[in-house]
Design a protein around this ligand. Sequence first.
Ligand SMILES: *Cc1c(COP(=O)(O)O)cnc(C)c1O
Length: 396
Amino acid sequence: MPGFELFGETEKKHIQDVMNSGVLMRYGFDAMRQGHWKTKELEEALCQRMHIGYAHVVSSGTAALTVALASAGVGAGDEVIMPTFTFVASFESILALGAVPVLVDVDDTLTLDPQAVENAVTTKTKVVMPVHMCGSMADLDALQHICRKHRLLLLEDACQAIGGSYKGKPLGSIGDLGCFSFDYVKTITCGEGGALITNNNEYYENGHKYSDHGHDHIGNDRGAEEHPFLGYNFRISELNAAVGCAQIKRLDEFISIQKKNYSILREALSPVEDVTFRRVPEGGEENYSFLNFFLPTEEMARKAQKALSNAGVDGCFYWYDNNWHYYRKWKHLTEHKFLGKLPEEVLNGLQNFTKTDFSQSDHWVGRNISCLIKLGWSEDEVQLRAQKMVEVLKSL
Ligand SMILES: *Cc1c(COP(=O)(O)O)cnc(C)c1O
């Protein structure tokens, strides 16, 4: 998965351009920059690759989610439906705006279960936020149908799935808004960075202003800018964006390497009796950054992860016991551990996590193993890995 495995000369060239001009800021300093606008260049490349009207690059994927929500006017007391299996950035970005995260179950796709979403809609719901975890997507047709019916926004968190597609369209480009992360461990990286994409001009206009203190970015050299509304600072630096300019051009190369490695492992594991694979919705194509499979019981999954690790097969995760991606171990959220006082709307709106039934999520996440696919493996390494995995899983 991580693009940092294959840094090369183009990344260095783009960084050198920035250092030669000395302009590390994405806006202004027009005369000094020697024609280099790395963040803009990355935004244009994203628009092309994602077949979308607008892309705005920011300082992180979490910032992208926050700016995306803010750009659509999400604020105090609005409910945002999100999955139990995701990254903490989902609820952080929602809470940052005074909005209320509403967690709902995932299904065998390991993403939002459309029926659970439908059941969770209230008069306060404003957004449905599917998270395309570990390289594969939610059933976007079903979610889009629910959103149209109830007039909700669909915001795709495609931070872990850049390069995947659904019914021929790039992930992230299907909802009203889509977000990517370019942090250090993502499929393509800027070191730190993220982007939101949309075809909606109003969201785009709001988004670039909000992420830079409300500046309207009209005119040259920041001379006569107005502040139509209050914002914040979620800007990326040109140095980070420079790395992204090189990496975005290599996205398709990275995906094809991942697909090759993924396919070797999947083919090897397919005949193993106890192994079943995560469901990919019809018309979906993963970005192949993880191979996800289920074992018959929680005990077997836990045992398999340990045995794989003992056999030297690194990068296989049992997220159910891990505090990164599943609600069960997010004590800071479930026990309301905040610095300062939360707004009343949030305190009144948060679910009681000890009483909410997430047994369906437990059923799927509790039996899942998620194996990272690396770019740098040689063919021999992948074959050896496949062989070891089969041995371990057959002997459970
Ligand atoms: C990485 C990630 C984010 C946040 O991205 P950062 O750039 O690390 O802030 C959000 N959602 C998901 C699903 C992620 O994996």
